[in-house]
Design a binder for this molecule. Sequence first.
Ligand code: NAI
Length: 320
Amino acid sequence: SGEKLEFKDRVVVVTGAGGGLGKVYALEYAKRGAKVVVNDLGGSLGGSGGSTRAADVVVEEIKKNGGVAVANYDSVNEHGEKIIQTAIDNFGRIDVLINNAGILRDVSFAKMSAKEFGSVVDVHLNGGYKLCKAAWPHMLSQKFGRIINTASPAGLYGNFGQANYSAAKLGLVGMAETLAKEGYKYNIRVNAIAPLARSRMTENVLPPHILKQLGPEKIVPLVLFLTHESTQVTNSIFELAAGFYGQIRWERSSGQIFNPNPETFTPEAILNKWESITDFRDKSFNKVQHPVQLSDYNDLITKAKKLPAQNDQGSVKIES
Ligand code: NAI
């Protein structure tokens, strides 16, 4: 305790930092000594139009407070590499990347056009890709990097009218999980957040008494913690809103082991054992697990081979 999490001379890129969550991140990083690239193309919520004003206002505010920042107006999905280049040209490095830019084009799936699907995936997911791709070689060679991909509860759980958005957001989770693994030995840490906050994205969707609780400043502390040089947390998903902070993880049911006898591998056997396949209670013979990597499947194979001594349930009676 007593330690202050400083970002002195760290170079931070925040995409979509002209408003909403990105703006409050940028201000706090600058306050703690970081040199910040404030990226925003200044478009509408649906992604149309553009203006230098959104990013400029934030840069002016940072400078007025004695901080260091530079504006960038590129679109993440069109010229993501130029945003990273702005950091290199102005400050000589890139330490922290916050993939935060985003748009919404909500519409029921029945009515969603290919363009409505594609443009949302493009900004969030391909935008995130372009920034990561451009920052990656710098982070590898300096053996340091911190990345946050902004997911969403809509991505984790699905949400009416957001097939495009939820696909993009869960894509960002998967990308974070893989980059966490590839970057691990280079001290690159990558996590995903699923926030809920008051912004132009939510102000017409949520009731006022809820919005009141959802100050965007309540998202800032976790983002700064996760991207600090002393933080080793990686490969993780966090859900946060209104001052609540929690972690989300994958869970595999205790499951059902079937006899290796070919006649048990039938759809009817699945039907008969559905309850056990989807059982999330810990069992003496098979624990509920929280996989974090592909090699955790070795364990599944070991389990499937352990037959059927203590597990008579593996003998599936096929009813026809
Ligand atoms: P916001 O609309 O205020 O901020 C998004 C910013 O991204 C805007 O300033 C916009 O101009 C910028 N932007 C859009 N397309 C861009 C592009 N191609 N290139 C560069 N900048 C671009 O909304 P908010 O709420 O601050 O959203 C920030 C992030 O948090 C988004 O990724 C959003 O999907 C995510 N999120 C927000 C939630 C909320 O409750 N507000 C919930 C879950 C996720």
